[in-house]
Ligand binder design. Structure first.
Ligand SMILES: [Zn+2]
Length: 61
């Protein structure tokens, strides 16, 4: 099983054998969401999440 390195905590992150670029995986160590940006070798990039639950700035009607 291929592994990439988490940019956040540098842990080994297991990627599905048939994973494709653009798929997302979660780091088992720090829980950050990672996007597969390369396959040979496996490269991972942190996915920035914009709509977090603890953001109370935008009130919806
Ligand atoms: Zn991590």
């Amino acid at each position: 099983m291929p592994t990439g390195t988490c940019p956040e905590c540098e842990a080994d992150v297991h990627v599905d054998t048939d994973a494709d670029k653009g798929e997302t995986v979660d780091c088992e160590e720090c829980g950050v969401h990672l996007e597969v940006v390369g396959l040979d070798p496996v490269e991972l990039d942190i996915v920035e999440e914009e709509d977090l639950d603890d953001d109370d700035d935008d009130d919806e009607f």
